[in-house]
Design a protein around this ligand. Structure first.
Ligand code: MN
Ligand code: MN
Length: 331
């Protein structure tokens, strides 16, 4: 069928991603939207759920804001040359919306069920939260999909360890997903690296589980002193050649560059450092990734959502390269 407005002089404009970036309905990176996972290689998915936040809510609005700002990005990675949309069929799979959002643990079950469907269709998920509690059900679905009992490694970039425990009567909130994931046998702590931790706590042992379980922790002071190069080298050493997940909490960034988040911590990673760090992770076998904790009600001029979209593009590039490498290995 011919569209109402076909391109006449510039056929490239038949591709919505090549049209003026202020046009069109804002999907992630202006990719085609579908809720049917068939014929999709990499699915961009919103998880608009923030029932796990311990302080300021709002991350449920993250996916829409990141979709809007992601329209500012283009098709090729200028630093690495990666062209994710040419390499794989990348689609916006819409939102993992929650039918019963007031029941926290049930909501996590709903998210896991959604991702089992995504993974069952052979789609690699790249997600946008939502608060960080959503990573746990995604890891549960990844574990179920693998079915071999092999635990995943993980690169975790965050101002917080997220390895806390019970808080105000709940073991499931955005400060504990990765302790739960280790306890549930989803993550191999010896293959987990946490980068950017800092800030105040009420309990000096709040993130003790990280080091006690064997995770490599690179706090913000070490990151600042040794640079993104050392952090990337440590991540590559810890992850090795096995499959891994990549999770980026936007509050890892300095609040000057990411004010729109629920639990900011002063003195964080700059976008320049974050981009270099992520690009230095090329070649790792990422089987999924997420960007979480963008909270538009606290944002200023969309800067957090824009930086979030820019991080998301790097996550997509890493996942697309890993997907290509796995496919080449199979073929
Ligand atoms: Mn977090
Ligand atoms: Mn955090």
């Amino acid at each position: 069928m011919t569209p109402i407005k076909p391109a006449t002089r510039y056929p490239d404009l038949d591709d919505p991603q090549a049209r003026p970036r202020y046009t069109g309905i804002p999907t992630f990176f202006r990719t085609p939207h579908t809720e049917v996972p068939g014929e999709v290689d990499i699915g961009l998915i919103g998880v608009p759920f923030d029932g796990g936040v311990t302080n300021r809510a709002g991350a449920r609005h993250g996916p829409r804001a990141v979709r809007e700002q992601s329209a500012l990005l283009r098709r090729f990675n200028g630093a690495t040359g990666i062209a994710p949309f040419a390499a794989a069929r990348v689609r916006d799979l819409g939102d993992c919306w929650i039918e019963f959002p007031f029941a926290l643990e049930g909501a996590l079950d709903e998210i896991a069920a959604f991702y089992r469907g995504v993974l069952g269709a052979g789609v690699v998920p790249v997600s946008v939260g939502g608060d960080h509690s959503v990573s746990l059900p995604i890891l549960r679905a990844l574990g179920a999909a693998r079915g071999d009992g092999a635990r995943l490694g993980m690169v975790h970039i965050d101002a917080h360890g997220d390895t806390g425990d019970d808080y105000m009567g709940s073991r499931f909130h955005h400060g504990a997903p990765f302790r739960r994931a280790v306890e549930e046998g989803l993550l191999d702590p010896a293959r987990v690296v946490q980068i950017g931790l800092r800030g105040t706590t009420n309990d000096p042992a709040l993130w003790a589980f990280s080091t006690e379980s064997g995770m490599r922790v690179i706090g913000m002071d070490a990151f600042q002193d040794q640079g993104w190069q050392a952090a990337a080298a440590a991540a590559r050493e810890v992850i090795g050649t096995g499959p891994a997940y990549l999770t980026f909490d936007i509050d890892s960034l300095d609040p000057a560059e990411a004010p729109g988040t629920g639990t900011p911590e002063a003195g964080g990673i700059t976008m320049r450092e974050a981009l270099r760090l992520l690009r230095a992770l090329r070649g790792l076998d990422f089987v999924g990734a997420d960007l979480v904790e963008v909270s538009p009600p606290f944002d200023v001029g969309g800067i957090t959502a824009f930086n979030g979209a820019s991080v998301l593009f790097e996550l997509l590039c890493l996942v697309a390269e890993a997907w290509e490498a796995r496919r080449a290995g199979i073929g």
